[in-house]
Design a protein around this ligand. Structure first.
Ligand code: SAH
Length: 364
């Protein structure tokens, strides 16, 4: 991969974003400025292991050098503006403000096997999935690698507990922010940083075929989750505009390619929408698609958003759908609904706050 310094520059102040630099890049950057190599390692550790929130916390660097860094580099950090904790399962939902005032959501979940964080990859989304709250206002901008890392860092600091799993399933389409996502994945799993195992990282996509293939060629050991949600192109187009661009056939080919390149099984995400995609026939077709590439199916009872009139399938229907898949020997789970009491669905918390902000700034 080739990155130019432009990738790190923000339009506002043109200072390079130091937290988005890999260790090798930081070494080169500081060497070019006449600094010793070990400085880069020290700084990298402050940023990505000790999770410093600014240059001032880097106490083994001289005051002068810290001041110089502040003049030359942008140091991203998130401001936590809200945290909701579920009384049902302890899930915590965070709303963060970015340096430019935009907001993103992240979720912390505790599982038996460790703590998992769900992060956002963009501010808003332009994919337009009909049931999703994150896309209602379109895309504002993509996040930098540092802003994706910052969500995990801020939550680690806030909870005081190590994060072992990361899912890129919050606001945004990660493959629509491909270069930054890749940089983020490399830094997150780098042994010089948090060193999260690639196998504990999942990236969820609505299905941008050329990017699935490009990601496959990177041969990472991460899990790819595909938001399928329908088994025919006709039905999928009604739920997801991206289906007008890529057919299910092309998607399955790309998934098979991902498996061939990485040896990692794909997860199909399938949100059950009452009366839309939850019949026995749907389950039969889904079984065929899943068997075709040996994937795992994750059923998600749709989380209704007030802007749309989709309803959840009845509990009995969800169970029958699952049974049918199991009968067809498909590996299937129903996603546990974490944090239902705290605006669990992606994008709902951010939207609520945007609405409140707009109302507050409206002339009376
Ligand atoms: N853009 C990525 C990741 C975003 S959301 C993607 O499309 O995969 C993560 C998952 O939640 C996706 O499968 C998405 O389709 C699903 N999702 C979004 N809103 C939902 C809702 N209201 N109810 C159920 N699932 C939803």
């Amino acid at each position: 991969m080739d990155f130019t310094m432009q990738d790190f520059e923000d339009n506002g102040n043109h200072k390079p974003d130091i937290k988005s630099m890999t260790l090798a890049e930081l070494e080169e950057e500081l060497a070019n400025r006449g600094e010793k190599r070990f400085r880069a390692r020290q700084m990298y550790e402050w940023m990505h292991v000790k999770l410093a929130r600014g240059f001032d916390e880097m106490t083994n660097l001289s005051r002068d050098f810290r001041a110089w860094c502040g003049e030359h580099y942008r140091y991203t950090a998130l401001e936590q503006i809200q945290m909701q904790e579920s009384r049902i399962d302890g899930t915590k939902k965070f709303l963060f403000r970015l340096a430019d005032g935009n907001m993103v959501e992240s979720v912390w979940m505790r599982y038996k096997h460790g703590n998992s964080v769900c992060i956002s990859s963009q501010v808003g989304c332009r994919m337009g999935c009909r049931f999703c709250a994150s896309t209602l206002d379109g895309l504002e901008r993509s996040l930098t690698a540092s802003e994706m890392l910052d969500q995990i860092y801020a939550i680690t600091i806030a909870t005081g507990e190590r994060v072992s799993n990361v899912v890129v399933m919050g606001i945004g389409e990660p493959l629509d922010n491909y270069e930054n996502l890749l940089r983020f994945l490399r830094m997150l799993t780098d042994e010089n940083g948090l060193h999260i195992s690639q196998r504990n990282v999942t990236v969820s996509t609505c299905g941008i075929v050329p990017k699935i293939r490009a990601l496959a060629d990177e041969k990472l050991q991460i899990t790819l989750a595909l938001s399928l949600h329908a088994t025919t192109d006709e039905k999928r187009k009604k739920l997801m505009p991206i289906a007008n661009r890529y057919s299910i056939r092309e998607l399955m080919d790309a998934c098979a390619y991902y498996f061939a390149q990485t040896g990692r099984r794909i997860t199909f995400e399938y949100s059950l929408v009452g009366g839309v995609n939850d019949t026995d026939e749907d389950a039969g077709e889904l079984s065929q698609l899943a068997a075709g590439i040996g994937s795992h199916v994750n059923l998600i009872p749709v989380n209704p958003i007030k802007e749309r009139d989709f309803v959840q399938s009845e509990a009995a229907r969800i169970q029958a759908f699952k049974n049918k898949l199991e009968k067809n020997k498909i590996n299937v789970t129903i996603r546990r609904e974490m944090g239902r009491d705290i605006d669990g669905a992606c994008g709902q918390l951010r939207r609520k706050n945007l609405a409140a902000r707009d109302a507050a700034s409206m002339p009376v």
